[in-house]
Design a protein around this ligand. Structure first.
Ligand code: ADP
Ligand code: MG
Length: 574
């Protein structure tokens, strides 16, 4: 009866979990300990999936990838002090990438504040630099309101990270169920459109372009703008270039993709439409000599403060990419027009693509051992399932891999991103695997790691095995960061001196058997040195759906990229 019901008590941990559940949180990644263990248990009891990780940094990377992949924030749950501090890396990375994320951190009891409590740290303040919103609810009753605000802030406007601090004494409180009000699930972000006059101007600038180029960024992927952007590309026959994580919004093998002529396309375009891509280092700031001095930029972005960064744009379209692209389509449709497929620009781009592709193929066909990067990636590409997620990090491993490994679906590539973060790979792969398991079972995650990159979060292999996730890890092993030494050179070097005095800072132990990290936990491990071994082990890994695997691929320790017209990161040619 009513009198009895109103007496019903519930724990603080359950209130926190219920507040998350009400906001549609599906996944929590974290490491438990005092005082958050009960929150994880309560969340599982309410049907939220809890994935226990081995380092908070990787847990936070995983949670942030959930935000990018699903449009609602994943949660990273950490203990106070050092636990929270380890998660700061993931928060910074999410915020830099403009990905939604909610971090929940335990903290000392309210009555011990400033007393030098166990793991006490100014957590709310520490998180402020890396978040859009960082707060500590004043009471357990306030928790649902603060969590709703954090979730909303993470997805409205430019997406980003948010932090909610939970004092230890909240967790074990017993409160009357009727004293808690849960705030309704916050709605999806409102869709904003660009000013009509700006859309008209943009359309006329596009029509007058002699050498147009569309750049598709990860903002377009996040905005689910794939259908409208593909329409724009095809209806007007416009060349497009995806950024690293913009790959797949329109498939990489689309005839209008000019990814293989990237530098040329950027350098000579006279009109560039940016769909959710910032003119930062990834796009060489939009400045000469990588671009024409008088190139007209049309910027499409949801964040007004982004417009005008580094260049003076010809037109700015402030709004949601999908909505704005539809506006552009409607405007361009008013008068029949398409960019001439026989133009000199298309000819230039096609020729450059052909010669670049031929140069990579030639490197790939080299029979010498150890293999080079191109040989490895061509063989991987041959077997890559069309719908797989590609996660990638490392220096050359990521840069060269990106040019060879194709994406056919949006939001299916995760890499070091805007912040150039190493160590994200395994966390991202784990998040992608959770999403794949729940939304499209059978889908595989191919995680292509440099040997150095793998080291940052290598122990997450245990996590992968514990949850038996459909991940295939490829460690492209050159015995070092950028480059390493073979074992003979290594031995020679150590003959007379101590390692710390002579081993070059970029060197790692030669011929490390990283595959044994996988076999240690019951997965399949392969050590491969030839193209045939690589082909065979990848075929077996793809066929075996019962276990994760790791293929440790030995490559030439001094292997590099093919010669570039420009180096990715040189200041001298700014
Ligand atoms: P990339 O690394 O692919 O170049 P960036 O991360 O630099 O991409 O840029 C992504 C941009 O997309 C950010 O400036 C962000 O504000 C914007 N953005 C995110 N979501 C939307 C959206 N729904 N509509 C418009 N712009 C968006
Ligand atoms: Mg390496």
């Amino acid at each position: 009866n009513f009198a009895e019901r109103s007496e019903e008590q519930v724990s603080g941990a359950t209130v926190i979990a219920q507040a998350l559940k009400t906001q549609d949180v599906e996944y929590i990644f974290g490491i438990v300990g005092i005082p958050v263990t009960e929150i994880a248990i309560a969340a599982q009891q309410l049907g939220i999936k809890y994935i226990g990780m081995r380092n908070e940094q990787a847990a936070c990377y995983a949670a942030s990838a959930i935000g990018y992949l699903t449009g609602r924030p994943g949660v990273c749950l950490v203990v106070s002090g050092p636990g929270l501090i380890h998660a700061l890396g993931g928060m910074a990375n999410a915020n830099m990438n403009c990905w939604p994320l909610l971090v929940i951190g335990g903290s000392p009891e309210r009555n011990q504040e400033t007393m030098g409590a166990f793991q006490e740290f100014p957590q709310v303040e520490a998180c402020r630099l890396y978040t859009k919103f960082s707060a500590r609810p004043s009471s357990i009753e306030a928790v649902p309101f603060v969590i709703e605000k954090a979730v909303r802030s993470s997805i409205y406007g430019r997406p980003g990270a948010c932090y909610v601090d939970i004092p230890a004494d909240f967790v074990n409180l017993q409160v009357n169920v009727n004293s808690i009000k849960y705030v309704e699930r916050c709605m999806s972000p409102p869709i904003s459109m660009a000013e009509t006059s700006a859309v008209c101007t943009a359309a006329s600038v596009i029509r007058s372009a002699k050498q147009p180029l569309l750049i598709i960024g990860k903002g377009a992927a996040y905005a689910h703008a794939e259908e409208s952007i593909q329409k724009l590309v095809e209806r007007y026959k416009l060349p497009f270039l995806p950024t690293p994580m913009g790959k797949g919004v329109v498939p990489d093998n689309h005839p209008y993709c000019v990814g293989a002529a990237r530098s040329r396309a950027l350098q000579f375009a006279d009109v560039i439409v940016l769909f959710g891509a910032r003119l930062n280092w990834i796009l060489h700031f939009g400045l000469p000599p990588r671009y024409q001095p008088d190139v007209k930029f049309i910027q499409v972005d949801i964040c007004a403060e982004e417009l005008g960064n580094n260049v003076k744009p010809a037109v700015t379209l402030l709004g949601d990419i999908n909505a704005v692209t539809k506006q552009l389509l409607e405007e361009l449709d008013k008068t029949p027009w398409q960019y001439p497929p026989e133009s000199k620009w298309w000819k230039t781009l096609r020729e450059k693509m052909k010669s670049n592709e031929a140069a990579s193929k030639e490197l790939a066909s080299k029979k010498s051992l150890p293999m080079n990067y191109y040989t490895v990636f061509y063989h991987v590409q041959e077997q890559l399932p069309r719908d797989c997620f590609v996660v990638s990090e490392g220096a050359n491993t990521m840069d060269i891999g990106r040019t060879v490994l194709q994406n056919y679906l949006p939001r299916h590539r995760l890499d070091a991103g805007t912040f150039g973060t190493m160590g994200v790979g395994l966390g991202f792969a784990i998040a992608a695997a959770m999403v794949a398991k729940d939304r499209s079972p059978g889908q595989r995650i191919i995680c292509v790691e440099g040997d150095s990159a793998f080291g940052f979060s290598g122990m997450e292999v245990e996590t992968i095995c514990r949850y038996n996730l459909p991940i295939i890890l490829l460690v492209v092993n050159n015995n070092g960061i950028y480059q390493g030494f073979d074992s003979d050179t290594w031995k020679e070097m150590l003959k007379f001196q101590d390692a710390a005095s002579v081993v070059p800072p970029m060197c790692l132990l030669p011929n490390s058997h990283y595959e044994q990290v996988m076999t240690a936990f019951g997965g399949k491990g392969y050590f491969v040195q030839t193209p045939e071994e690589l082909q065979r082990s990848l075929r077996q890994s793809l066929a075996d759906t019962t276990k994760p695997s790791l293929i440790n691929i030995m490559i030439e320790p001094q292997a590099t990229r093919k010669t570039q017209d420009f180096h990715w990161l040189t200041r001298s040619n700014m």
